[in-house]
Ligand binder design. Structure first.
Ligand code: ZN
Length: 315
């Protein structure tokens, strides 16, 4: 059987990445463009896939890894639509529906973070594991938990960035989350770091960088402790710009060991491969789209009607 021909959309707040292929290292065609109004932006994506199908043959399915918050409850009237978002024009926008209707192929959709989690599990730093957490620490913090091979979601997708974490002694920074102030993201996301230090994290050097890393590792470890105890991951994979700060991971591993305080006493929690950097980098989102597409194609093969948008959990 030949490799499936899958389409992937990474629907981001600033840019769209669309590609055709079967794996991150098997990409036949790709296009990137800035995110504008929903109608023209989705039309541009649809046009790209139409041309690709006309030139090289039909697609088996398309997967969408999108910024959120998204309605993902199967069968919900607003399935595949964005909820209220600060991105102008996109609140309530239907992302999955127009793609499925225009291209008449199965469409899978999940959040960009959950997509990246699936991508890291298939091709990246969580390959071979079935229970792990993917965390992105960029402007904000987002996390996706894969448990027994399935992304966890219920009423809504997980919102790990808004966990409550204890303050580090002496830290008076009020926090930057518009909802909670000093939640995890409000204390440790890239925007919080920028506000706290008066400069973007990636521009810090010398003593300022050392102090920022010390505090960042402590706060990340505090949140990871909650995640370790609630989801029992085999590994935690961290991507995003803040995760690329030099020297962060060894500090973070040490802080996590300290935060767990010997309970439950697993050697794995302190091992060097427990908290690791993401491996797919900027391809994590598009790779997630490919996994969602493959799952949508598999689900459609089992369903008489064949097409229509679906979540990524049923393959
Ligand atoms: Zn918050």
């Amino acid at each position: 059987m030949s490799a499936p021909r899958l389409g992937s959309i990474e629907s981001g707040g600033t840019k769209f990445v669309c590609l055709v292929g079967s794996a991150p290292d098997r990409i036949e065609a790709e296009i990137r463009f800035p995110t504008g109004e929903p109608g023209p932006t989705l039309a541009r994506a649809i046009d790209f896939f139409r041309k690709a199908a006309a030139e090289t043959g039909p697609l088996d399915a398309i997967g969408i890894a999108s910024f959120g918050p998204l309605e993902l409850r199967p069968g919900h009237a607003k399935f595949g639509r964005l909820a209220a978002t600060p991105k102008p024009g996109w609140s309530g926008a239907d992302i999955a529906g127009p793609v499925a209707a225009a291209l008449n192929v199965p469409v899978g959709i999940d959040t960009d973070v959950n997509g990246a989690a699936l991508g890291e599990g298939r091709w990246g730093a969580a390959r071979g594991l079935d229970t792990y957490v993917y965390l992105t620490v960029g402007t904000g913090i987002g996390g996706g938990a894969v448990i027994g091979g399935e992304v966890v979601r219920g009423l809504v997708h997980t919102e790990m960035g808004h966990l409550a974490v204890p303050r580090v002694a002496g830290d008076a920074f009020p926090g930057s989350c518009p909802f909670h102030g000093d939640c995890w993201e409000g204390l440790a996301g890239g925007e919080a770091m920028h506000a706290r230090w008066g400069t973007p994290a990636e521009e810090l050097t010398g003593d300022a960088l050392r102090e920022a890393l010390r505090l960042e590792a402590a706060y990340l470890a505090a949140g990871l402790r909650n995640i370790v105890y609630t989801t029992a991951p085999q590994r935690i994979v961290i991507g995003g710009g803040v995760a690329e700060l030099p020297g962060l991971f060894p500090l973070l591993s040490a802080e996590l060991t300290s935060a767990l305080a010997g309970y439950p006493g697993l050697a794995e929690h302190s091992a060097g491969d427990f908290v690791v950097p993401a491996r797919l980098g900027r391809l994590a989102g598009p790779a997630g789209g490919l996994v969602l597409a493959a799952r949508a194609a598999a689900a459609a093969r089992r369903r008489p009607s064949g097409t229509g948008p679906s979540g990524g959990r049923d393959a």
